[in-house]
Each structure stands twice: as C-alpha cells, then as structure tokens.
Design a protein around this ligand. Structure first.
Ligand SMILES: [Zn+2]
Length: 351
C-alpha cells in the first residue's frame, strides 16, 4: 500500500512534534459467538501515527531523535497490540525524582527529564521505549516449526495456559496445510494476540489474529477459531471487493473450517439446518458455508476453492458462478433450496 507521509509541526506548550508514519491497511473481522452472523468490519484507512512531545521539564532534548525512535518502536508495537491501540501518542518529559525513568502505555509515554538527558539513555531511547511498551504484555513467546513461526502475545495475565497451548498446536497443525493447499504466497509468520478489551471472538488483520480472552476462557475448546481466522490470512483478497463480498469471504472461511477444522465436534460447531424462509446465501458464515458444501457435493467438487483462487487473483466476477457451474448464484441457491439434504461429517479429536 502507498505511504501517506504528512509532516506537521505544531507548537503547543514548549514543543510539539508530529511524526507521520507508514500507512498500514487493516481489515477486521468480528464474529460474535451468539450466532456467528454479524457482518465483517473492514477499514481501509491508512494508519497514521503521531507523537506530541511536551517538554515540561525544559530538557530541550533532541526531538528528532525521539521522533525517530518513536517511528521505529511504536507502530510495530501497535500493529501487534491490536487495531484499537491508540495512534496519537503524547509524550511528556517531566521533572521528577531520580527513581523514575520511563513508562509507556498505548497513547502515552512519560519520561523523566533528568534520566532522558543522559546521552546514553537518549542514544538507546528506541530500545528503552520498546522495552517499556512491551511491559504492557503479560508474555511474548515465539515458536518456530518447519518453516513457520508464531509469535504469541498474551495481554491477559489470567489467560489459561492450556488454551494458549491448544491454540498454538492448532496453528501448526492447520495453518501450514491451508497455505499449502490454497495460497503458497501467504505469510509463514503469524502473530496471535490475546486481548482482554476485545469483545468479539477473534479477527484477522494482516498477519495478526486477535483473540478475545473472555470468549476463549468461556469456550476453551473452540480451537478452530484458528482455522477460520487462519483462512482469512490465506485468503488475502485485498480490499478491491469492498463490503459487498464480506458474506463470501466469511462463507469461505467457515466452509474451510468445516472441511479442515481439527475438532469441530469438540467445539460443538455445526452447520445450521437449512431453513428456506429464514435464510439466504448472503447470511454469510455457517449458512453460506453449508450452501458451499452443497455446491461442492452436488454441483461441482472444488468449485468453491476455484472461487477462492479467483477472489485472490482478482479475476472473480458475478458471472464466475455461471462460468463454473452453468448456473447463476441465484439459480444455485434456488436449486439448493429445492433439495438441501446433505451428508455432513464433522472433524473430531475423539473419534
Ligand atoms: Zn471471519
């Protein structure tokens, strides 16, 4: 994506410095547990980061150095931390007792002026800021296996270690398989973040999957959230399709979860029975996934995988349905509605 560099200098009290950074594009998916039918959210705005330095201690430290350190340390932290992580940061340099050095939370940095004036501390400011920011996380683990890596950032000190272990295992079991089958260009380096503030289930954005610890603690066996979200990373459709095809993106992710999830029985995850009056293909998620499984079984095996490929390479069109099956999307749905019976087999770890 193109960078939008906006450089602004403003003066408020003694000094304010705005630094604008790389524009990072993110997509979010939210799928609340209750019915799994909520619409996906997408954003296409560049993420600009800024720092405002308020030099209350009148240290006159080199703000260029502070800005450069911020530019290198903060955006990677924020990208890993979560999409709600503040982008406008205020840094206050204060005059205080010697014991205090630096504290950094999303959106706010406080540093001791006397400490910061030391040449050594200013020279190492990027690393010191980085360390201070990472103290907001309960733990960070990096796991590598067979050419794939997973950085697991846990922001909740009360998050169950067994769930963490199961999510990691599911990643290494499922994700490389999805990459191998559907998109060899997809990243091999994924970040998992467990967040207390996040109220959905999980969402994928870039190479990061954010898990709500509230949900995972309540439904610890729902490990195939990793399969659905991992498929979003593999899909990598970009943003050219906009909101219109969110139902399709989510339907494919749940179709893949149905097919390749490691333990759908264990998480009591099933495709809902067909209800003619209450459903449409745009209902997304599991309703759409069941329709896609029907297409796979009754119309054309492998067709949904072809659609996934076309969505990724940019050749997908409304006419793709008819090109591949001889029937338009509406005609496919009508045929499905007329005879929706399916034989479904769910994955289980306990079979
Ligand atoms: Zn999704």
């Amino acid at each position: 994506m193109p960078n939008k560099n906006i450089n602004m200098i403003k003066r408020i009290t003694s000094l304010i410095l705005f630094v604008s950074l790389y524009a990072i594009t993110v997509a979010q998916t939210t799928a609340p547990a209750s019915n799994g039918q909520n619409p996906q959210r997408r954003r296409n705005q560049p993420r600009a980061f800024s720092i405002t330095v308020i030099d209350a201690a009148k240290t006159k430290v080199d703000t260029g150095k502070l800005g450069a350190a911020f530019r290198n340390a903060y955006p990677p932290f924020a990208a890993a931390d979560g999409y709600r992580t503040k982008r406008e940061v205020t840094m206050r340099i204060i005059d205080t007792a010697k014991g205090f050095t630096i504290k950094a939370v999303p959106g706010e940095i406080v540093a001791n002026g006397k400490w910061l004036k030391s040449k050594k501390n200013l020279d190492n400011f990027q690393q010191l800021l980085n360390d201070a920011l990472h103290k907001n996380w309960a733990s960070v683990d990096t796991i590598k296996k067979d050419g794939y890596s997973l950085v697991f950032i846990n922001k909740n000190s009360n998050f169950d270690a067994t769930i963490q272990k199961n999510l990691i295992e599911t990643y290494f079991e499922v994700y490389p398989k999805l990459v191998g089958m559907f998109n060899n260009k997809a990243t091999h380096d994924v970040v998992f973040v467990t967040d207390t503030a996040y109220k959905g289930v999980a969402e994928a954005s870039g190479n990061r999957i954010l898990f709500a610890t509230r949900y995972m603690n309540k439904f610890p066996f729902d490990v195939d959230v990793v399969t659905h979200e991992g498929m979003h990373i593999v899909q990598g459709y970009g943003y050219s399709y906009g909101r219109d095809l969110v139902w399709l993106t989510e339907g494919i992710a749940d179709f893949i979860r149905y097919k390749y999830g490691v333990d759908n029985v264990g998480s009591k995850w099933y495709l809902p029975s067909f209800k003619a009056k209450a459903q449409g293909y745009k209902d997304s998620y599991r309703v759409t996934a069941r329709f896609f499984e029907w297409i796979d079984q009754k119309i054309k095996p492998g067709m949904i995988v072809q659609i996934d490929k076309q969505l990724r390479d940019g050749t997908f069109k409304e006419s793709t349905w008819a090109d591949l099956s001889g029937k338009s999307l509406d005609e496919l749905w009508a045929a499905y509605s007329a005879d929706p019976v399916l034989h479904l087999v769910y994955s289980s770890k306990n079979l």
